[in-house]
Design a protein around this ligand. Structure first.
Ligand code: ZN
Length: 264
């Protein structure tokens, strides 16, 4: 698989508009792009779209076709990456080349993505665990701008704030967005619907990170919660964040991703 000769079992162009200013343009779980893709969101800003995560890169052409159906003629100005796992950032290079968008990552994600480093990104181990096929590689991608914890920035007229929450991975960031008068959180693999944590059996993942950082997600007044996998919601998102925070205060490990959920 790859950008040329893309193996495509998704023969129709998909429409998955969530609301006026948001669409899901890639996702393995929703069956609209490749089998290694996280949810890829497109936020419609002023005269351009901002993408949140890239998917793995195996179905970038399909993803852009979906975007064209959701928001016809809208260019992509920026791609925000939540962390360096390949299902979230592997498509960055292809999207940057095909759309001319700027790629923004957390500072702590930059080196792994720019070099395609399989240790830093956890790809070598994940491949050995069978998450990725033997021939899958992380395509290196130049990063145009890095963001750090608490940093506010604007893309296509949409205000974003980067929030660093360790626990799923060392570099995991969420992006708080104000779009159309609403408050949304793109939570990557940090927190999922129901307050499920993104704790995994991999280097860099652990409760220590969650205990240290999860309180940053308190009191944000989040309405829409849009994680990198599974369900999302347009309202009451803060409840799910509060449930995650409560779990991190308990003496036992709570609900984690992968417990009965088929992610890939
Ligand atoms: Zn991840």
């Amino acid at each position: 698989m790859g950008l040329t000769g893309e193996t495509n079992r998704y023969t129709v162009d998909n429409l998955m508009r969530v609301c006026d200013s948001l669409a899901v343009v890639g996702s393995m779980q929703f069956g609209i792009s490749g089998p290694l893709d996280c949810h890829v969101y497109a936020v419609r800003g002023r005269e351009a779209a901002v993408l949140i995560d890239s998917g793995s890169g195996t179905h970038t052409v399909q993803l852009l076709r979906n975007l064209g159906r959701d928001f016809p003629g809208l260019p992509v100005s920026a791609l925000l990456i939540t962390h360096c796992h390949a299902d979230h950032c592997g498509g960055a290079a292809g999207l940057r080349t095909k759309t001319g968008c700027r790629v923004l990552t957390p500072l702590s994600t930059r080196a792994a993505l720019e070099t395609g480093d399989e240790e830093m990104s956890g790809l070598r181990v994940a491949r050995e665990q069978g998450v990725y096929p033997p021939d899958f590689r992380l395509q290196p991608c130049q990063v145009d701008m890095t963001v750090e914890d608490g940093q506010k920035f604007s893309e296509a007229g949409v205000e974003f704030t980067a929030i660093h929450v360790r626990g799923h991975s060392r570099d995991a960031h969420c992006y708080l967005a104000r779009a159309g008068g609403r408050t949304w959180l793109f939570s990557g693999d940090v927190v999922f619907y129901g307050g499920v944590l993104g704790l995994i059996n991999a280097d860099g993942s652990g409760m220590e990170g969650y205990r240290a950082d999860i309180d940053k997600l308190a009191g944000l007044g989040v309405e829409g919660l849009f994680p990198g996998h599974g369900l999302f919601t347009l309202c009451g998102g803060q409840r799910h964040l509060d449930a995650a925070i409560a779990q991190c205060r308990q003496g036992f490990i709570g609900r984690q991703i992968g417990q009965g959920d088929l992610i890939f």
